[in-house]
Write a protein that binds this ligand. Structure first.
Ligand SMILES: O=P(O)(O)OC[C@H]1O[C@](O)(COP(=O)(O)O)[C@@H](O)[C@@H]1O
Ligand SMILES: [Mn+2]
Length: 657
């Protein structure tokens, strides 16, 4: 008895924090008997020994839904590799690829196969072979997981059937007719197609356990809203915010300037349909206003990518007019913003105040430049920051629509809640842009409201402000919303990482020298291993084992995405079609499985049809970044650490029983 009391005491002393107590109470509720506790300990300890599940990293999606969807479906080439592991030597290269396309696009591939095979009558055999192969592959990709996790990945309608087929050996004589019967039932009940489709999606899900999106989901491409829907449906995902995403969060947080930037980019890339059709925000007034006040202007014509087509020249003209109307309002409001927020220290960016309107020149860094393609009719040289009455009404009306759009809110709720400024995950630091530093690699302090923030504190500060701004868009104090805009282009923004954004210069000044955007020294220093180690330490990560992973800066083909002796990985290879002529390829992604990290280089995506009919995949090349000497197990991951804590708690509970 005395002993028992002593044990209880030890237990109480071990976890005296209220949070620990809460957890323990929960555990006791879930595992009320000694047997239940023992079973759970055995279960958790077994899980700890399973291989680490695969993480998939993508970045800078920029609205390119079809390419992103394809990469999710093929798991950055992971599905194909598993197929090769199982069927290599048994199936021809052509059949391997056909089977892979079925797993990527089961609905479409089935329809295609039915049309193709109906004619020569081989369809029944194809169904039989396909189901068997799918089960074989499913078995292979399930081995990493517990039965219960596999069950969760199955379509609820087919759990029983799949488990029976999966865990019964058809070679076993006594079971053969049982399995035959199950298969027959599939056919007679007319659910073969549904079963195949469900199994393909289960395989996709099991091949990648968790997805990281390192920001810039929005802008430049045509379907960010479809990416958001896809992410909301995905089994396990986190997001690190990008500077472009902040424009949308900013708009919904009441930042007019963020909204104008995203409208300008949408007009520039011919993507206003996203705003109107996907988010139900009417641009009728804006269009009319732009048509009445602006003319054609070569500097503001939309950037087109392959596949963009205009029904008539008027459409192109309209976008040119809208881009000017919005840009001018943006430049006006930048002055107001910079004056309202002296801590932003962006006085040199009040560009409309530096113009000599009479001779159309601007003075920058003591040098005078002639302005071309100007469209300053609505600017009052005496008060260049002032919106006209009509502009003011337009901005207010549009901002109201952005805040009120339910479909936008649905997506941004997810973006804000699932997202963060950065993430530490399995000892890696995930961050879209950079950490502002000086030439010597010292963290630069951003001073705001009398306080200084540098390093981890800086990103934590911005993280809080974004949530604050988004959750209270009608706050009388605009500072949080201003800070969201600052993340887009402020010199200390970890998501931007440049001294200034030269939008104005690129529109109006011919001299390309003025277009350059000076990068923070971070981007040179990140080639240095010691600097990366310092970064990891700042975030409490183990430098031996950890990596810094960035997106944001397109890496040209041939330029290295792996830096600092493998400690730094940059995976914005340019999904964005608009950027592919510069980068020369279709983007980088990253896979992290139990064997280590692999960088995957993709060729540009052609089309879904090309994959289904011709079996063309995005050809991807894999490069091993690091190879684990000891294969990593769940025990070596963050989840493993939590499970170990649970085991510890369960063991101490056991002592009480
Ligand atoms: O290619 P565009 O439309 O001219 O945009 C260029 C602007 O985009 C930026 O590169 C920011 O976007 P990213 O985050 O995608 O790099 C700015 O630095 C630059 O001024
Ligand atoms: Mn970016």
């Amino acid at each position: 008895m005395k002993n028992k009391a002593k044990q209880i005491n030890q237990f109480e002393n071990a976890d005296n924090s209220s949070q620990q107590k809460y957890l323990r109470d929960l555990m006791e509720e879930r595992f009320p008997t000694k047997e239940a506790v023992i079973t759970e300990i055995m279960n958790l300890e077994a899980i700890l020994h399973l291989p680490k599940a695969t993480e998939h990293f993508v970045s800078d999606l920029h609205g390119e839904y079809a390419a992103f969807d394809h990469i999710l479906r093929n798991g950055s080439g992971n599905i194909k590799n598993k197929i090769k592991d199982v069927f290599g030597g048994r199936l021809t290269a052509n059949r391997l690829q056909n089977f892979a396309s079925l797993i990527y696009y089961p609905e479409e591939k089935l329809e295609y196969k039915k049309r193709q095979l109906n004619e020569d009558g081989d369809l029944e055999q194809w169904y039989l072979d396909t189901i068997q192969r799918l089960l074989e592959l499913l078995q292979f990709v399930s081995t990493k997981y517990t039965r219960s996790k596999v069950r969760k990945a199955l379509d609820p309608n087919f759990v029983y059937l799949t488990e029976e087929l999966l865990y019964t050996d058809p070679q076993e004589f006594d079971k053969r007719s049982y399995v035959d019967q199950l298969m027959k039932n599939l056919v007679t009940m007319g659910v073969t197609d549904e079963f195949i489709i469900a199994t393909c999606y289960t395989i996709q899900q099991l091949v990648v356990d968790h997805l990281h999106v390192l920001g810039d989901i929005y802008d430049r491409g045509e379907h960010p809203e479809m990416i958001m829907d896809r992410l909301m449906d995905y089994h396990s995902v986190d997001i690190q915010w990008g500077n472009h995403d902040m424009l949308w969060v900013g708009a919904a947080s009441g930042s007019a300037l963020s909204m104008l930037n995203l409208l300008r980019i949408s007009a520039r890339y011919n993507n206003l349909a996203t705003i109107e059709d996907a988010y139900g925000i009417s641009l009728r007034h804006l269009t009319r206003f732009a048509e009445e006040n602006y003319q054609d202007n070569p500097a503001f014509r939309p950037k087109l990518v392959d596949g963009d087509s205009f029904n008539f020249d008027g459409e192109r003209l309209q976008l040119t007019q809208i881009q000017q109307a919005v840009a001018i309002m943006q430049f006006k409001l930048e002055i107001q913003e910079i004056e309202r927020e002296p801590d932003f220290a962006m006085g040199d960016r009040k560009l409309l105040t530096k113009i000599n309107y009479q001779d159309q020149t601007i003075k920058l860094n003591n040098k005078s430049y002639h302005l071309t393609n100007t469209c300053f009719d609505l600017i009052d040289p005496k008060e260049p920051s002032k919106l006209t009455q009509e502009e003011q009404e337009l901005v207010e009306g549009l901002l109201h629509s952005f805040i009120e759009s339910k479909s936008l809110k649905r997506h941004l709720d997810f973006l804000v809640n699932k997202g963060s400024m950065y993430l530490c995950y399995n000892n890696n630091l995930l961050l879209h842009g950079c950490m502002p530093v000086d030439q010597n690699g010292n963290f630069l302090a951003f001073e705001y409201g009398g306080k200084k923030y540098a390093g981890k504190k800086l990103v934590d500060f911005f993280d809080r402000q974004v949530r604050h701004a988004y959750n209270d868009p009608c706050d009388d104090d605009p500072s949080a919303a201003d800070l969201v805009w600052y993340l887009w282009q402020g010199p200390f923004s970890p998501l931007f990482g440049k001294k200034a954004m030269t939008t104005f210069e690129r529109y109006f000044i011919a001299d390309k020298e003025t277009h350059k955007e000076e990068r923070n020294p971070y981007f040179a220093l990140r080639h240095d291993e010691d600097f990366c180690i310092k970064l990891l330490k700042e975030f409490g990560l183990e430098p031996e084992d950890g990596h810094v992973i960035n997106g944001h800066t397109p890496v040209k083909r041939g330029h290295d995405a792996v830096m600092a002796n493998g400690k730094m990985l940059v995976i914005d290879g340019g999904y964005s079609k608009a950027y592919q002529p510069t980068t020369g390829f279709g983007g980088y992604t990253l896979l992290y499985n139990s064997y280590g990290l692999q960088l995957v280089e993709h060729h540009p995506f052609t089309s879904k049809e090309d994959t289904i009919v011709n079996g063309n995949d995005i050809i991807s090349t894999r490069r091993v970044v690091n190879h684990e000497v000891h294969r990593k197990a769940v025990a070596d991951t963050d989840i493993g650490a939590r499970l170990k804590e649970n085991v510890k708690m369960l063991r101490s509970m056991l002592e009480r029983y």
